[in-house]
Design a protein around this ligand. Structure first.
Ligand code: SF4
Length: 322
């Protein structure tokens, strides 16, 4: 299903002589814009954002903003969700190539065939999917509310859960529900090494392991707490523990350290000596690109109206049920 977008001219480049923080603040006033940023964004972007959150918080914020322009510092499916909820507003994404490896594991044609092979199943899709997949779903969920939403579905109703198999398995374990899982996964959350995590635990024996449910099962089994990025942050706030090993995209550590400067956060190690615990898609957005997007008012998210309307229903169901 086509998604139409407009992108920034290649000739655009940031002027290094200006104070980007001030310039972005000025543009916010001029455009009546709000900047919504995911926790996985680089620290500079988090510092200019009006709201920082996980997918659920960001969609709730997008649903209620009275700004004329939403600058969405996140990945494509998140900006699409904001546009689905706000057809009359302009939604800008600093880098149009900021996609999502998990969303890409669920192509619409293959998913339509999968759905057809499982008639009478209710389709619950994790928000990390394209507008086309949302349009084929009955309910959208996030990692914050997936367990709560599945518990509200009558026990006899068969369910397809897509696209993340790790979150699906976690929800099955939490609810005791059997579900048909689409076999998608996130390259970042599957990169954490259980072996290196154990080594880190030996190095920091008092540290609590806090993990995102998109991680693989052996890693989750080592966690003291499992939750969405917001839940991880809240857990770190209320826990008496001073040290945490954080098993999710390392961008969240900026907020943790900022809000809890007296506590110590250790990013969980990926398999190799790489920066694989940073989402390569999320990190495509930079403060410079965000500034340019506000000046040029593009790249802009534009969706065909029929897709938008079909994708809106399952998102509204999620917001009602959350
Ligand atoms: S961390 Fe994974 S699920 Fe999140 S945007 Fe990046 S690739 Fe997608």
């Amino acid at each position: 299903m086509p998604v139409f977008t407009t992108s920034l001219p290649k000739s655009s480049y940031p002027d290094s002589s200006i104070d980007l923080f001030e310039a972005v603040e000025r543009l916010k006033q001029e455009l009546n814009a709000v900047i919504l940023a995911h926790y996985y964004q680089e620290p500079d972007i988090q510092d200019v954002a009006d709201y920082i959150g996980d997918s659920l918080g960001l969609s709730q914020k997008a649903a209620t903003t009275d700004a004329d322009v939403i600058v969405f510092a996140g990945v494509h499916f998140m900006a699409e969700t904001a546009k689905i909820l706000n057809p009359e507003k302009q939604v800008l994404l600093p880098d149009l190539d900021a996609g999502c490896s998990l969303a890409d594991t669920c192509p619409p044609d293959a998913f339509a065939a999968f759905k057809a092979a499982h008639p009478n199943h209710l389709v619950v899709s994790y928000i990390n999917c394209s507008a086309a997949i949302k349009a084929m779903s009955d309910i959208i969920c996030t990692s914050s509310n997936a367990v709560k939403l599945i518990q509200q579905i009558p026990a006899e109703q068969p369910i397809i859960f897509a696209p993340d198999r790790n979150l699906g398995r976690y929800v099955m374990a939490q609810t005791g529900r059997d579900m048909v899982l689409w076999q998608g996964s996130c390259i970042v959350h599957e990169t954490f090494s259980e072996k290196k995590l154990v080594q880190l635990q030996m190095e920091y024996p008092t540290a609590e392991v806090i993990a995102h449910p998109e991680c693989e099962e052996p890693v989750l089994q080592r966690a003291h707490f499992i939750g969405s990025t917001t839940a991880l942050l809240n857990y770190a706030k209320q826990s008496q523990t001073q040290q945490f090993i954080v098993v999710t995209e390392s961008g969240i550590i900026h907020q943790m350290q900022k809000q809890l400067p007296h506590k110590f956060f250790i990013p969980a190690p990926p398999m190799n000596q790489c920066a694989c615990n940073e989402c390569p898609h999320m990190r495509l957005n930079t403060l410079e690109k965000l500034h340019q997007a506000m000046i040029h008012r593009r790249p802009e998210i534009v969706l065909p109206e029929d897709v938008r309307q079909a994708a809106l229903r399952p998102i509204q169901r999620m917001l009602e049920m959350s």
